[in-house]
Design a protein around this ligand. Structure first.
Ligand code: HEC
Ligand code: HEC
Ligand code: HEC
Ligand code: HEC
Ligand code: HEC
Length: 198
């Protein structure tokens, strides 16, 4: 006879009678708690690992930055053109991050009482560049160039999403080879290996 749930609980003895003595009841209660503890232990373990995993995953998508720069304010509200800050996007492989001087065009006068702007002013006075952590990175063996894409009128948002809604920039595309190749196929852009692997 295959073991059944009721056997496991000892609810029925071999004769099929439902009478339970004190000792069996004690064992039942103990077994019940052992099951609860084991289930709780594994439950907590699973919660913890998914929690940590998600934290790791999301920080990988949005790394820590030295200053809380909001695209929501500058792009979403003020509608400053990307090129004003990402000056090299149509000129070079790299779009580039803005010089502190570019920020100070406005922030020598705007929001000077805010802590983040005072931080910005210190970089400016000490002539130190802000070391932003790059969010989008392709491996060294891959050749990518902004200039070609911008000239071909591929929108920033097809690769970086709607940054005007992002308080903090996070990675919205995988940047894997399949992603590059499928757009190239769709747009009739070059597909030979040497295009992206020099
Ligand atoms: C064209 C003008 C302009 C430029 C250029 C500019 N900002 Fe701003 N920035 C603003 C305005 C306007 C606000 C909103 C200020 C407010 O809420 O009082 C703002 C807000 C901010 C805030 C939020 C301040 C807070 O705590 O509320 C930060 C941080 C900031 N800017 C950093 C920068 C950095 C870094 C740069 C350069 C990469 C930069 N800004 C370039 C106009 C500008
Ligand atoms: C006022 C200046 C300013 C404007 C305007 C601006 N950006 Fe930025 N952008 C920054 C700064 C500063 C950083 C670096 C900090 C960060 O990652 O948030 C940055 C970072 C980024 C990054 C992440 C780059 C990486 O991999 O680290 C992307 C993508 C980006 N911007 C896209 C855009 C697009 C698209 C627009 C126009 C719709 C735009 N930005 C407009 C200042 C600006
Ligand atoms: C075809 C996809 C694509 C388009 C379109 C695109 N980007 Fe990028 N962007 C990337 C990739 C891929 C990287 C990582 C490049 C690397 O590691 O060299 C990147 C990196 C960046 C960076 C950080 C590193 C750097 O190059 O300075 C910024 C800032 C940025 N992009 C802004 C922009 C802006 C602004 C636009 C529009 C004018 C734009 N991008 C259009 C794919 C794109
Ligand atoms: C949203 C569409 C899109 C995505 C995503 C995209 N590309 Fe492109 N790419 C294009 C288009 C369109 C062109 C053609 C530009 C032209 O005709 O000059 C192009 C051209 C290029 C070129 C220049 C080709 C040449 O002949 O010199 C390189 C290099 C390149 N892409 C690399 C990449 C890499 C690497 C990725 C992924 C990280 C990528 N692209 C993702 C649309 C895309
Ligand atoms: C449009 C751009 C593009 C083209 C065309 C392209 N690749 Fe790639 N390739 C990438 C990018 C981006 C990566 C890095 C991301 C990844 O590993 O998926 C990559 C990664 C690779 C890798 C490393 C994979 C790994 O696991 O590290 C190999 C091998 C490779 N490509 C071979 C090829 C061959 C062979 C061709 C021609 C049939 C080709 N690629 C065409 C963009 C391209």
């Amino acid at each position: 006879m295959p073991p059944t749930f009721s056997m496991c609980w000892g609810a029925k003895n071999d004769e099929g009678s439902a009478s339970i003595d004190i000792e069996t009841r004690g064992r039942m209660v103990k077994r019940f708690f052992v099951i609860i503890v084991i289930a709780g232990y594994f439950g907590a373990f699973i919660l913890l690992t998914t929690g940590l995993g998600y934290h790791w995953y999301s920080t990988k998508k949005a790394p820590h930055q030295p200053m809380a720069f909001p695209h929501t304010v500058h792009v979403g509200k003020l509608k400053i053109a990307c090129h004003f800050c990402h000056f090299y996007a149509d000129k070079s492989r790299h779009a580039g991050v803005p010089y502190v001087e570019t920020c100070m065009v406005c922030h020598s006068a705007i929001a000077t009482d805010k802590p983040e702007i005072q931080k910005l002013a210190r970089y400016y006075e000490e002539k130190r560049p802000i070391e932003w952590n790059q969010v989008y990175v392709v491996p060294d063996h891959v050749y990518f160039s902004h200039k070609r894409h911008v000239k071909a009128k591929v929108n920033c948002s097809s690769c970086h999403g709607d940054v005007g809604t992002m308080e903090k920039i996070r990675k919205v595309r995988s940047l894997d080879m399949g992603w590059c190749v499928s757009c190239h196929r769709e747009k009739g852009a070059p597909l030979d290996c040497a295009t992206c692997h020099k």
